[in-house]
Design a protein around this ligand. Structure first.
Ligand SMILES: Nc1nonc1C(=O)NCc1ccc(Cl)cc1
Length: 251
């Protein structure tokens, strides 16, 4: 990756929505620090009729409207001209490849992305066939538009860009990066209602703390997401810690 900027151009009827990633938090800082650039192209700007029509009725009938090819094609062409050559055009929809941490790592390695956020019932399939390189889904549910999905993708991949997270360690240590769920976290006060903080976290023994956190991540993944655990190759230490966690459940 090096220090190259990741350029993202989003195609959306609601460009103002993207203030949520451009102006706040980790992603906002990445933009401010020039590690990430987010621009927007609105298909409505490429309509020629009086009503600025971007949608039309579906061939074959049925409810709702379909996004027209022309305005989208022209918006994509402008977006391509405004980012580094060789941009990957991505369409967000429930029909896409499920997005995972590994998928984010793939996307974070690309120099420029064009994210197509659809609205209405869908986009004319011929636009997808002719302009879209990759179709991605953030989950098996239906949203009212692709904007939030695009922002989820932007947020997730920006955390993986060098220099975005201060302590880059946390991105690598991220248990999800190891395919596990995260361990529990605690901060002051030491006692909250009648609940204390696990002693090991107060011990200053960093090796014991590392093992405790790994054990908790393994145990939680075993309890809550057995499907994730099936995908992870556990080493000797991890198998031992998980066995200990399971044994201690009966205590
Ligand atoms: N789940 C998801 N993962 O990515 N995107 C979604 C999603 O529901 N999009 C809604 C959507 C997508 C395209 C159009 Cl034209 C209209 C609405």
């Amino acid at each position: 990756m090096g220090d190259s900027v990741v350029e993202i151009s989003v195609i959306s009827l609601f460009p103002e929505m993207f203030a949520a990633v451009r102006d706040y938090g980790v992603t906002g800082r990445a933009v401010q620090n020039g590690l990430l650039s987010i621009t927007c192209c609105n298909p409505r700007d490429f309509t020629t009729d009086r009503h600025q029509t971007v949608d039309d009725r579906p061939y074959g009938g049925g409810p709702g409207m379909v996004m027209k090819t022309e305005p989208l094609q022209q918006a994509i062409a402008l977006a391509k001209a405004s980012v580094a050559p060789g941009a990957t055009v991505i369409y967000l929809s429930p029909q896409g490849r499920p997005l995972t941490q590994a998928g984010l790592a793939e996307l974070a390695a690309k120099p420029s992305l064009i994210l197509l956020a659809g609205r209405y019932e869908g986009v004319d399939e011929r636009l997808i066939d002719s302009e879209v390189d990759e179709e991605w889904s953030i989950g098996d549910y239906v949203l009212s538009g692709g904007e939030l999905a695009a922002m989820v993708m932007i947020d997730g991949l920006s955390r993986l860009l060098p220099g975005v997270l201060g302590h880059h360690l946390s991105a690598e240590q991220d248990s999800f990066a190891e395919g596990l769920l995260d361990c529990p976290h605690y901060t002051r006060p030491e006692h909250y209602r009648d609940m204390a903080v696990p002693d090991v976290l107060l011990s200053g023994n960093h090796e014991a703390i590392r093992r405790w956190r790994l054990k908790q991540s393994l145990g939680r993944t075993w309890l809550r997401r057995r499907d994730l655990l099936e995908k992870v190759e556990l080493g000797d230490e991890q198998n031992k810690l998980l066995a200990e966690f399971i044994r201690e459940l009966d205590d």
